[in-house]
Design a protein. Structure first.
Length: 62
């Protein structure tokens, strides 16, 4: 990553976070990308949980 551009550092961080990898650099752009990827991954998980709750609620017999 030593010769990476600022944009590439951000992308590397974003991808590592969305894949669940541990941070691999302390470069600020990498960490900003990692933070953004973490937020995106969390939003996906929250959406999946909401969908599971909807399905579960529709299966409950009254």
């Amino acid at each position: 990553m030593a010769s990476s551009t600022v944009h590439q550092l951000f992308e590397f961080g974003y991808k590592d976070a969305t894949r669940g990898n541990q941070p691999q650099s302390n470069a600020i752009k990498y960490l900003q990308g990692y933070a953004a990827g973490s937020v995106a991954a969390d939003k996906v998980l929250v959406a999946r949980l909401d969908r599971i709750r909807q399905i579960k609620a529709s299966l409950v017999w009254h």
